[in-house]
Design a protein around this ligand. Structure first.
Ligand code: AR6
Length: 523
């Protein structure tokens, strides 16, 4: 057989897609309900960008909505002739940005006219003055920046009614057009969002201040330059050709009382199909799947700083994800966000310190009936662990099971896309790969999805996880049984990387018991 050359184990990707290709899975609909906010005129029929929705209900400055830069409540105090004068900040912003900006010093100066106490833009200066060739930086100031500015200033026309916040403990969806997103990101680039005091600290924050000012070590400066190249490419693209699609952010919450009882579920784990691949990436090879983002509870994590691992890279190649930092409040346990429809604009190479922008990327993903790209991203934040054995506490295993479940579960039934994932929580967050493979397999099984797992080059994991999966299937082990074994692991002397052997041993030991009971009879 050809299995010698295969770099995957289990069911082929084609068969996981039931032979119908990756774009045949069901999508969650966009319906006008009180739980789904749609910020453009719905439904969309045109090939043109959807029109912004306008109504008489305008919410630009309150607890339940994003504080909009153009709200008349957005005031700023400026000192003129030694007296403090209160000005409308949007007026100040439009006045300031109508004057041409030709150097990065001028850019910093301009932003200081409507922001107080900004840090120095060391990283941006480095990027524009040292990393970029003179002609590239000329292109930036002559062609790209003016377009970013005029896009940003369209904000009152593109989002006239404001933006509802996706708050803690609520299941709510928000759909925006890609054009509206581009305008919000242009404002983030120009740091126009009011952020001090007015913006609660439970939101990740979207102004690019920290990206422009993170100086630190040269290695990190490099990574920020690569991020800025990607962001500039995104703005170049969306300002030369307005994208016509839409994107949905769905915040999902399942209360504890409605979470699965992991100790009673009798789903057979062998019934979940798995495709385990040592090569490939979630975003590159998990086409059409529910693609997991290894997130921070502040979505995007360090994307606007020097962070440069899985989540940050994903946000940089698909910059529309960054807009979520404006309205997605910090994730709690039992909460996840699913984003549908973002486009990929950038190619990349490397990872972490070696991350580099590798040019423009033309996304070929087809649209769904609602004009979203058929790309679904499941944002779930694992727990960060310090000591390896910590994570085997029952309450923490349950926390991670519930987190994955809320991300994977949907009310839709049948034809669900498989989950495309990998070593969730096992890099920056120090989790155990062996445990996280099983947690994600159990969550897939409970939510009726197959599993596509990228081990990111870990050959042993591909081998061992697959063999363990075969063991589960062969012995018809259920979620509840596996849960019981996992819950006893913490009190053993096994080291964390011997989890699979421990469970196998425990299973065989448990099989021996009935024989002993039969032999001695019941007391
Ligand atoms: N596809 C598949 N697997 C990948 C990919 C990819 N594109 N990229 C990385 N991996 P990590 P965490 C594998 O550290 O531990 C961020 O700052 C690779 O084996 O990004 O959950 C967030 O904002 C890698 O070691 O996720 C959080 O703050 C492993 O996945 C924090 O990191 C874990 O990737 C989350 O850390």
């Amino acid at each position: 057989s050809s299995s010698v050359q295969k770099d995957w184990k289990g069911t082929s990707f084609q068969d996981i897609c039931k032979g119908k290709g990756p774009w045949s899975f069901s999508v969650s609909p966009i319906n006008l309900t009180r739980y789904h906010f749609i910020l453009y005129e719905f439904p969309v029929t045109l090939q043109k960008p959807p029109k912004p929705y306008k109504s008489k209900h305008v919410y630009l400055w309150d607890e339940d909505h994003v504080r909009m830069p153009f709200s008349e409540n957005n005031l700023f105090s400026v000192n003129e002739n030694n007296t403090d004068i209160i000005k409308e900040r949007w007026k100040l912003i439009t006045d300031t940005l109508s004057v041409p900006i030709t150097t990065s010093e001028e850019f910093e100066c301009a932003l200081n006219k409507y922001n107080s106490r900004l840090p120095r833009f060391e990283a941006l200066h480095h990027f524009l003055n040292e990393e970029m060739e003179d002609e590239e930086s000329e292109i930036f100031f002559k062609l790209i920046l003016p377009k970013i500015i005029s896009l940003a200033l369209k904000l009152p026309d593109l989002l006239p009614n404001g933006i509802p916040l996706l708050k803690k403990n609520q299941t709510r969806s928000l759909s925006l057009s890609q054009e509206q997103i581009s305008c919000l990101l242009a404002n983030a680039f120009l740091c126009t969002f009011p952020w001090k005091k007015t913006v609660a600290s439970t939101y990740p924050g979207i102004n690019f201040i920290s990206l422009f000012s993170s100086f630190a070590r040269p290695q990190r400066r490099k990574c920020i330059s690569e991020k800025l190249k990607s962001i500039c490419n995104y703005f170049r693209r969306v300002t030369s050709n307005v994208p016509t699609g839409v994107v949905t952010f769905q915040r999902k919450m399942i209360p504890k009382s409605r979470m699965p009882r992991w100790d009673t579920l009798d789903n057979n784990l062998g019934n979940t199909k798995v495709h385990i691949s040592k090569s490939g990436t979630i975003e590159g090879n998990g086409l059409g799947c529910l693609q997991v983002d290894f997130a921070n509870k502040n979505i995007g994590g360090g994307v606007l700083r020097y962070g440069c691992v899985q989540e940050e890279i994903r946000f940089v190649i698909c910059p529309e994800l960054i807009v979520g930092r404006l309205f997605v409040e910090q994730l709690e346990k039992g909460e996840a966000v699913v984003v549908t429809g973002v486009e990929r604009y950038n190619d990349y190479s490397g990872y972490g310190d070696t991350f580099e922008w590798a040019g423009d990327y033309q996304d070929q993903t087809p649209y769904d009936d609602y004009r979203r790209r058929k790309t679904e991203i499941c944002i779930i934040d694992a727990i960060r662990f310090n000591k390896p054995k910590e994570q085997f506490q029952c309450s923490l295993i349950i926390r991670e099971l519930n987190k994955a479940y809320v991300g994977f579960h949907t009310r839709e039934t049948g034809n669900l896309a498989p989950v495309a994932t990998g070593n969730w929580g096992c890099g920056a967050f120090n989790g155990s790969k062996n445990l996280k493979t099983l947690i994600q397999l159990m969550a897939c099984s409970a939510s009726g999805r197959d599993l596509v797992y990228f081990t990111f080059g870990d050959e042993n994991l591909q081998e061992n996880f697959y063999n363990f999966y075969l063991f589960l299937g062969y012995n018809q082990i259920t979620i509840a049984q596996l849960w019981n074994f996992l819950s006893t692991f913490k009190s053993t002397n096994y080291s964390e990387d011997k989890l699979y052997s421990f469970v196998q041993q425990a299973y065989f030991d448990s099989k021996k018991q009935p024989t002993i009971v039969q032999f001695f009879g019941k007391p």
